[in-house]
Design a protein around this ligand. Structure first.
Ligand SMILES: CC(C)(COP(=O)(O)OP(=O)(O)OC[C@H]1O[C@@H](n2cnc3c(N)ncnc32)[C@H](O)[C@@H]1OP(=O)(O)O)[C@@H](O)C(=O)NCCC(=O)NCCS
Length: 162
């Protein structure tokens, strides 16, 4: 598995699992019926943002992540990042590898910290992964997420210095 900067050619490999994850309505604050044009625009970010892909030896895209400033101007020294691993490739360490890679990219880009604005509290796999990568919960939005299965659940703000 290799992690590298995404190109426009990677989009057809990202879109099927991105659509599946967003449509499930369990982890992302995106419209569940997001169309491909809007999704492409939201995921393949422009500089200073970066999008990366984790690819198998045969070129299959297994996961992807994006790194952007969390705010503009005087808030732009804090990074934000988002991660998606193809459900068929989950539990194989790809999320962790993407997380470590993106933390390294953020440091190299000069960010001072990284913040996740909307981690669904019942997304136990993600919360455990981010904690193990040094993030702590610094805020909780009560019932900030309408989960497709669990109903109204909390959103967590998670943060770590770089
Ligand atoms: C969250 C996500 C990125 C994790 O990716 P992944 O490749 O499946 O994760 P990994 O295989 O690297 O496992 C990472 C950690 O998850 C946790 N984990 C793995 N399987 C788990 C399970 N079945 N239940 C609970 N936690 C689990 C473990 O803490 C694991 O750490 P370890 O390396 O010490 O075993 C991926 O599941 C995903 O894309 N989910 C949908 C979108 C999403 O939730 N994105 C994050 C939004 S904040």
């Amino acid at each position: 598995m290799e992690i590298r900067i995404a190109t426009a050619d990677d989009w057809p490999g990202i879109w099927p699992f991105l659509r599946e994850i967003v449509a499930a309505g369990e982890t992302y604050t995106w419209p569940r019926d997001v169309d491909e044009t809007q999704a492409r625009q939201m995921w393949l970010v422009t500089p200073p943002g970066r999008t990366v892909v984790a690819v198998d030896t045969d070129g299959t895209v297994l996961g992807s992540a994006k790194l952007t400033p969390n705010q503009l101007g005087p808030g732009a020294h804090v990074a934000n990042a988002s991660f998606m691993v193809a459900p068929s490739a989950a539990g194989r360490g790809i999320g962790r590898a993407l997380g470590e890679h993106v933390l390294g990219l953020a440091r190299a880009d000069g960010y001072r910290a990284m913040q996740f604005n909307a981690v669904v509290a019942v997304n136990t796999r993600a919360v455990a992964l981010w904690r193990s990568l040094g993030f702590e919960v610094v805020g909780r939005i009560p019932e900030g997420f309408r989960h497709a299965v669990d109903g109204y659940v909390d959103l967590l703000v998670m943060y770590r210095r770089l």
